[in-house]
Design a protein around this ligand. Structure first.
Ligand code: CA
Length: 505
């Protein structure tokens, strides 16, 4: 393979090395440009001479300032640039340039489950909610028994999932931060992929009493099993199994039917990102996001610390000034939250991100927001809240993969698209997770974990548009149960991890 780099924007003074083995010193690129030192794959090469203090530009945006002189053709490493100050939240343009709606794509549907409340399911799951971690092993024991002995008699039911978590007791339950995990667990319990009467397992003495979950129609006598009211472990498990079987009978009668694409709520996330993420997988996901929005679906992107440094690109795209103000409010809330822990958004990037060529959180954020495509931003929801609008939504969550995934489930995502550069086997039981790699090398290393290889965009073997359409069709196939993701094939389902910004006692 001849030496190759990718420049994203005509104003950029750095580009990304494509070659899997990197390039040696003196490598000559097809346009005659020559590297002045060895540079690894996905790391940045200086396309112009830079003096100390000069802006380093990628995606047409300043990602930092040179900390020393950078000769042309040199390797622009993490320590070659400083971190710019984040955009001031008081000086942002509010809904000044909302993009007009693109032509609708009304012909696309999927085969899903219709719920009485107007929502749609992509899986047919029995969910068992827990109020406190104390009961989790008991419920897990019961779920293993249900799956082995009862579920095989109900072939139309996909799975039995225990909504377990580390919350519920030993917490300041009335402190302001407690509203986030309580709302999140409540909305997890009401997820559209759960179809039967609620089933809640409680310990009895915990702080998060079932009534605090405010689940509509919850009748404590019928829907709640309180362990401290039961005689012995085996009898308790038998009671959970009996309650589960009643609901499996109901769930087994459900059938997949044609559903409008507006029933899809697609959550976007990235994890283990590298410098390719912003040029291959994330723009392809952005293209698919635009298609989904045109088809009437809801698309949610999240991860506050990965949006913070690109917020000036998003507030003009909001459909109204109120939406823009809500976005700013979520950024401010997270700035304050990090400050309480004596951290800031610079704490976000991981060693893997840096190994993958991402110098700082600004570069990471600019690549991350490419997932949102080009539609107008129609609503901003706070942590664990369910959106009421369709189209492109920002659902505030932390960037941590498993917390973000849990919070997007709480926001009622029924399909999840996960982009990755370094790779992760991540998956969720409650909704299918399609994993998209930023580089072909990762897809080749993990052919039985990565669902779509977007690295072909970097090597010229595919385009952003072609991978975007491929992803759009795969989303509909997986949502319809016609295709299975690798995470579901292997049963790789991460533990739920609701966000708890409140105090633990
Ligand atoms: Ca993440």
């Amino acid at each position: 393979m001849e030496p190759l780099y990718i420049r994203v924007h005509p104003d950029d003074n750095v580009a990304i090395i494509v070659n899997p083995e990197g390039v040696p010193s003196g490598a000559r690129f097809p346009n005659g440009f020559v590297s002045s030192e060895a540079i690894p794959q996905s790391h940045k090469i200086a396309l112009a001479e830079m003096e100390p203090g000069d802006p380093v530009i990628r995606y047409g945006q300043v990602i930092g300032h040179a900390t020393r002189a950078l000769p042309i053709g040199s390797w622009v490493r993490e320590d070659c640039l400083d971190l710019p100050v984040p955009p001031a939240l008081s000086e942002l343009a509010l809904a000044t340039a909302p993009p007009p709606a693109a032509p609708p794509l009304p012909e696309y549907t999927f085969e899903g489950y219709r719920n009485a409340d107007g929502t749609y399911g992509t899986k047919n799951i029995l969910g068992i909610t827990t109020t406190v971690q104390c009961v989790a092993p008991t419920v897990d024991y019961a779920v293993r028994k249900i799956k082995a002995e009862i579920l095989p008699r109900y072939p139309n039911v996909d799975d039995v999932v225990a909504v377990t978590h580390s919350y519920g007791c030993g917490v300041a339950i009335d402190a302001p931060g407690a509203a986030v995990p309580i709302r999140s667990i409540r909305n997890l319990a009401l997820h559209p992929n759960f179809g039967a009467d609620p089933l809640v397992v409680s310990l009895g003495c915990e702080k998060l009493q079932p009534v605090r979950l405010t689940i509509p129609g919850l009748q404590p006598a019928d829907h709640v099993i309180r362990l401290q009211d039961n005689q012995g472990f085996a009898a308790t498990v038998a009671r959970i199994c009996e309650a589960a079987e009643k609901r499996l009978q109901v769930l087994n009668l459900r059938k997949r039917v044609p559903c409008p694409a507006s029933g899809l709520v697609v959550g976007l996330q990235c994890g283990g990102s590298d410098a390719f993420s912003g040029v291959t997988c994330n723009p392809a996901v952005g293209y698919a996001a635009d298609l989904l929005v045109r088809a009437g679906a809801t698309v949610m992107f999240s991860e506050v610390t990965e949006v913070r440094d690109a917020v000036h690109l998003l507030t003009p795209r909001c459909s109204t000034p109120d939406v823009a103000r809500a976005l700013i409010r979520e950024m401010q809330w997270y700035d304050d939250y990090l400050a309480t822990g004596r951290a800031d958004r610079s704490a976000n990037p991981t060693p893997g991100n840096k190994r993958g060529g991402l110098s700082n959180v600004v570069e990471k954020a600019l690549g991350s927001v490419a997932k949102s495509g080009t539609s107008a931003l129609r609503q901003v929801t706070t942590h664990g809240e369910v959106p009421t609008e369709r189209g492109l939504i920002f659902a505030a969550t932390p960037a941590s993969d498993f917390i973000c995934g849990t919070q997007q489930l709480a926001a009622h995502m029924n399909m999840h698209i996960f982009t990755t550069g370094e790779g992760t086997p991540y998956g969720l039981a409650m909704a299918p997770v399609i994993k998209v790699s930023s580089r072909t090398a990762l897809a080749e290393k993990w052919p039985d974990l990565i669902d779509i290889d977007a690295g072909r965009i970097a090597t010229g073997n595919a385009t952003i548009e072609s991978v975007g359409w491929e992803l759009f069709h795969l989303i509909r196939d997986v949502a319809s149960g016609r295709k299975q993701t690798w995470a579901d094939h292997w049963g790789l389902h991460n533990y739920l991890a609701p966000f708890n910004p409140g105090p633990v006692t």
